[in-house]
Design a protein around this ligand. Structure first.
Ligand code: AMP
Ligand code: MG
Length: 316
């Protein structure tokens, strides 16, 4: 639903940042650009605003929020008992698309973590988010600015399209440079586990800190572990090659359906940037089926395959 009354403000202008600070301090929610996707942001100290996030997103409270920090130097304010390898990783990658789960300090309120003793933290690599965070002397919790289970926003307009007046304003920071959500690494276990794939790859993590990494197991602890997520209105069918996609497309069209092929598999960086915008475009054109060509199962391709697979398992 579009609500043109919600303002999109230039995130690089001082006036936009100042109004965002004022709104956050008034317990309102704002749309925040990050390098991954746009976030629905609230002050980490505002229990009232955090409760609004769950309501607006229609998000179950057992899906705790990622806490965004201004810099690595803030880590010890919000976490305790940080393993050395996690320090090495965060120091090397932040600001960047890596979220780590650590034991929380007393500064983290229960509403952020859903009463867990752990907290998910990261430093976003976006000039507007960092400018804001550096002006706050607080953290920002910011899940993706869409309703739970749907496609994430990668432009300011997507946020307004999805949430309308449920956000007080959106800071415009351009198109997200990464385009898929952060990698989540659980660092509270003896062997760390990847809970969600993102632009920071398993190979990169291993090369920085020479640790073993487990694939996620056990009950779902992150939205990235749900089977269905990132779902557009259209059906998504998967193909391993461009030829296979063409065959599927032809048969869909023969059956009277409107369909499009999504294939940037030769350029995974561009694929990630365009993925959600392409699915949104298909929905706005009332396309019945998007046939997505899967990228190679390596590096950033792993994250794209994960999102496409989950989008394809949504029922309609
Ligand atoms: P997002 O869904 O993009 O907001 O990413 C946040 C994900 O990180 C959620 O799916 C959470 O389940 C997961 N998460 C956040 N905090 C924790 C935590 N303390 N322990 C385990 N998972 C967490
Ligand atoms: Mg999300």
């Amino acid at each position: 639903m579009t609500n043109q009354s919600t303002q999109i403000l230039d995130g690089d202008a001082e006036s936009g940042i100042n109004l965002a600070i004022q709104n956050l301090r008034d317990n309102l929610l704002i749309g925040l650009p990050t390098e991954t996707v746009y976030g629905l942001a609230a002050l980490a100290s505002s229990r009232l605003a955090i409760a609004k996030i769950f309501k607006v997103k229609e998000r179950p409270t057992n899906h705790p929020l990622i806490l965004h920090l201004a810099s690595y130097a803030d880590l010890d304010k919000w976490t305790v008992n940080v393993p050395d390898y996690a320090r090495t990783l965060c120091n090397a990658i932040w600001p960047g698309p890596l979220t780590v789960i650590l034991q929380r300090s007393k500064n983290v309120c229960d509403e952020i973590t859903g009463f867990r003793e752990t907290v998910a933290v990261r430093v976003p690599n976006h000039r507007v988010a960092l400018k804001l965070l550096n002006s706050l002397n607080d953290g920002l919790v910011a899940p993706s600015a869409n309703r739970f289970g749907k496609v994430s926003p990668t432009t300011a307009q997507h946020v307004v399209d999805d949430l309308g007046s449920d956000v007080s304003l959106v800071l415009d920071g351009g198109v997200c440079s990464v385009g898929v959500e952060s990698t989540i690494l659980d660092c509270t276990l003896s062997t760390p586990q990847i809970l969600r794939y993102g632009a920071v790859t398993t190979e990169q993590i291993k090369s920085i800190c020479e640790i073993d990494i487990d694939l996620s197991t056990g009950e779902s602890r992150a939205s990235g572990m749900l089977e269905k997520h990132y779902a557009p209105k259209c059906r998504v069918e998967l193909a391993e090659t461009s030829d296979q996609a063409q065959t599927i497309l032809n048969s869909l069209i023969e059956n009277g359906l409107t369909a499009r092929v999504l294939d940037y598999s030769s350029d995974v960086i561009f694929y990630a940037q365009e993925l959600y915008a392409s699915l949104r475009r298909a929905d706005s054109l009332n396309i019945d089926v998007v046939v997505a060509v899967m990228p190679p199962n390596y590096g950033l391709g792993v994250a794209i395959r994960d999102r496409l697979t989950k989008a394809s398992t949504a029922t309609h």
